[in-house]
Design a binder for this molecule. Sequence first.
Ligand SMILES: Cc1cc2nc3c(=O)[nH]c(=O)nc-3n(C[C@H](O)[C@H](O)[C@H](O)COP(=O)(O)OP(=O)(O)OC[C@H]3O[C@@H](n4cnc5c(N)ncnc54)[C@H](O)[C@@H]3O)c2cc1C
Length: 341
Amino acid sequence: MQQSIDKTYAPPITAVIGAGAAGMMAALRGVLNNDKVLLFGGKAKDKKKSRAQWVTKVENMPGFFHYKKGINDPNKETLDFIKQSPFADNLEFKKNLSIEKIEQRKDGRFDLLDDQGNEYLCDHIVMATGVMDVQPEIEGSIKTIFPYSNVQAVDYCIRCDGHHTFEKEVAIIGHGDSAAWVAVLLYERYRPFNITLLTDGKETQFSEELKELLDLYHIDIETRGIDGIKGDTKKGILEGFYFCDGSLIPADFAFVSLGMLVYNKLATDLGANVDERGFVLTNDKGESSVKNFYIAGDLRANTKKQIYTAWDTAVDSMDDINRKTRLHFREYKKKQREKFN
Ligand SMILES: Cc1cc2nc3c(=O)[nH]c(=O)nc-3n(C[C@H](O)[C@H](O)[C@H](O)COP(=O)(O)OP(=O)(O)OC[C@H]3O[C@@H](n4cnc5c(N)ncnc54)[C@H](O)[C@@H]3O)c2cc1C
């Protein structure tokens, strides 16, 4: 017997903030779970500051090699799939809107305010606003390095792009332990022809263990400030980094390891707990210290900062929200039965 559709039932709504890797997966999972999803993609400024925008060719995920933009291209396909699916009505996509404020009501639901002054009421939130890598300032601007990042001659993530250092002259921009670990790992894994750590005028802060390893692997350390970049971005070629006396440290591939900007303000304003680097702490389903406020993707503490991790964290959160939504429906049906019996 087919179940009749209950038109008096108002299903809970989940707002997904951010439509990068985690946000789009959260939207897809929610839609396929037959839940109501309100997805915010962020205004142009948010998109430009997001890692999703900067990801070009993805080589560490099976079957993704053909995408020119490894997050944005499959995300467009996903939206097309949802639009043509029987579940299309489950998704409302606010493509260019940014959430600027969230408040939790006494009943636990959330009021959201976007950058155009529109207000929304929702029952659950999945926040997936991501993080951004800190960029080096060269020739007085962080933009100097972007043309090289765009052609993947400069990268930020060793798990995504470390293999590009094979048989290369490598430079790593950074002065802390994480930069030194990148150098050590790349040496042990790929044995590039040469690795130089460029501290860009900053004092080194390496532990004794790392100092010993850097010495063991003959990793050079250049502490002068970087004055410029040599290369041909049209051809996708990096040749090296200039210093004040005109000398050049050759490099045909570089990594930047200067830490991350963590976009957690909406979460901290709500009172969510964060770790010492600003990543939001959650339980294993991604629920933060604020009830019904979930975090997915790079913003969540203690996760790999990767596309497939962003997806997995989003699925965990949306499935947990679906569990709560089903409980809500179950209670409603029980009450209906009591009412009519
Ligand atoms: C150059 C580069 C290359 C990479 N290559 C790979 C790779 O090959 N393989 C891999 O697995 N990983 C790669 N990564 C890592 C990958 O990009 C991230 O792990 C992934 O994007 C994280 O997904 P996310 O959803 O947390 O954040 P993002 O994908 O960055 O998405 C954040 C979203 O939030 C939105 N947003 C921000 N603020 C707001 C707001 N207030 N309101 C509404 N929306 C907002 C933004 O517009 C954006 O849509 C790479 C990263 C970089 C920087």
